[in-house]
Design a protein around this ligand. Structure first.
Ligand SMILES: Cc1cc2nc3c(=O)[nH]c(=O)nc-3n(C[C@H](O)[C@H](O)[C@H](O)COP(=O)(O)OP(=O)(O)OC[C@H]3O[C@@H](n4cnc5c(N)ncnc54)[C@H](O)[C@@H]3O)c2cc1C
Length: 390
């Protein structure tokens, strides 16, 4: 069934909600974007200094192609927006063992070659890009020049500005519950008892979605992931050609990081299992994690290992059981859609996300939609870059 524009309440103004609001408004929907704010919300996962933008997805060619399509979108946004928010510094992927079929690094490298891209094998990478590294623990790897990082909080701000210019109405409030007529969702009630009626409700509340909808608990859950920023005195030595975004044997260790920001902060994080947590009670990064990070850095990036840590944050993943996004109408609840399940890798798809979500809401064809449709719980897995161990 295809659906004509009406009034939609979009709950959550992170990258999923903001990109959907912009595209739906462009298509003629009256859009009320509901978020407690102030926007971009400081606690949102999207509100951050940086996210990796890559199409390196191991053997998963679907995400490889989706990432490739998103990269074209990042180029377009760089052209169209007042300031470039995507920085194509490339992506350095190091592998502890020689790359072999079945490995994340090998399969990603192969997909790039077969897709006509030009990754550079570790032995051929210019020394400038690896000079900060102690490569003793890395036998192999590659540099992919077609990748980089985005200023994710600024991207959401830009989208929200576009939405506002197009006439998206922002409502500062938090959804408490859905309103129903029979099994049909007809709007939401906020925690301040404001009633918002709508033809369609789209819930894109990131890691808050599982607690809003406990009936989805076997499909999605939230996990807290520690992020730390080290301070360096010489940002130029830790950025550009000297220090692209990197992943250090990521599928077996989780460690990855970013170039220095202009103020000298270097973000290091771990794409690992995390710890189950509610986003409003996510806790803090403990000293044990600082020590784990420093131990990794002592071996891999010794110049960073003893730098002061100037920022710590638990950032939330909304994990889906299979690591795939969940962008779908909800069964048995007509008029309700969800767009979530970023599972720690959703931000990069921002430039294709608005179209994708709007197509799903309107029932229009979209080449990416079927993978993200509602599904019943099967085996738990993650995208291939993610470390699943302890
Ligand atoms: C540490 C970390 C590193 C990551 N790194 C990367 C990366 O390198 N590359 C990448 O592609 N992805 C990455 N991700 C994943 C990416 O950040 C997420 O997939 C994406 O930002 C999720 O966006 P969202 O809109 O679903 O959620 P959010 O950005 O969290 O937004 C949810 C919004 O919903 C609002 N909300 C909550 N409850 C309510 C309510 N009741 N009513 C109304 N509004 C509500 C919140 O205020 C918030 O604004 C990372 C995530 C983390 C945590």
């Amino acid at each position: 069934m295809t659906r004509s524009p009406g009034h939609i309440a979009v709950v959550g103004a992170g990258v999923f909600g903001a990109s959907a609001a912009v595209e739906l408004r462009r298509r003629g929907w009256a859009v009320t974007l509901v978020d407690p704010g102030p926007l971009p919300h400081a606690a949102a996962s999207s509100t951050d200094v940086s996210k990796v933008i890559r199409m390196d997805y191991g053997s998963d060619l679907f995400y490889h192609r989706l990432g490739e399509a998103a990269l074209e979108g990042w180029d377009r946004w760089n052209r169209d927006w007042p300031r470039e928010l995507y920085h194509e510094n490339g992506f350095l992927i190091l592998s502890a063992k020689p790359m072999n079929p079945g490995d994340f690094a090998y399969e990603s490298y192969q997909a790039l070659i077969e897709g006509g891209h030009s990754p550079v094998r570790l032995t051929d990478i210019p020394a400038t890009r690896t000079e900060r590294w102690d490569l003793t623990g890395y036998a192999d790897g590659y540099f992919n020049p077609r990748a980089g990082w985005a200023e994710s909080g600024a991207v959401v701000e830009q989208l929200l500005g576009q939405g506002e210019a197009l006439g998206v109405e922002v409502h500062a409030g938090a959804m408490r519950h859905l309103l129903f007529q029979g099994s049909r969702a007809t709007g939401i009630m906020t925690t301040n008892d404001v009633r918002i009626d709508a033809d369609i409700v789209l819930v894109a509340a990131g890691s808050w979605t599982p607690s809003l909808f406990p009936w989805m608990s076997d499909l999605i859950w939230s996990t807290g992931q520690p992020v730390i920023h080290f301070q360096v005195e010489d940002p130029a030595a830790y950025s550009g050609d000297h220090f692209p975004p990197w992943a250090a044997d990521i599928a077996n260790s989780g460690w990855y990081g970013f170039p220095a920001l202009p103020d000298g902060r270097v973000k290091v994080a771990n794409h690992g299992p995390g710890a189950p947590a509610h986003p409003d009670a996510r806790g803090v990064v403990g000293p044990d994690h600082d020590e784990r990070a420093r131990a990794f850095l002592r071996a891999a990036l010794p110049g960073l290992a003893d730098k002061p840590i100037v920022y710590r944050r638990i950032c939330m993943y909304c994990d889906s059981f299979d690591g795939d996004l969940l962008i779908s109408g909800a069964p048995d609840r007509e008029g309700l859609f969800v767009a979530t399940g970023g599972s720690g890798h959703g931000f990069k798809f921002a430039p294709v996300m608005g179209d994708l979500i709007a197509d799903v809401v309107e029932g229009a064809e979209n080449r990416w939609a079927s993978r993200f449709a509602w599904r019943t719980r099967t085996e738990v897995r993650t995208e291939e870059a993610r470390f699943n161990g302890e």
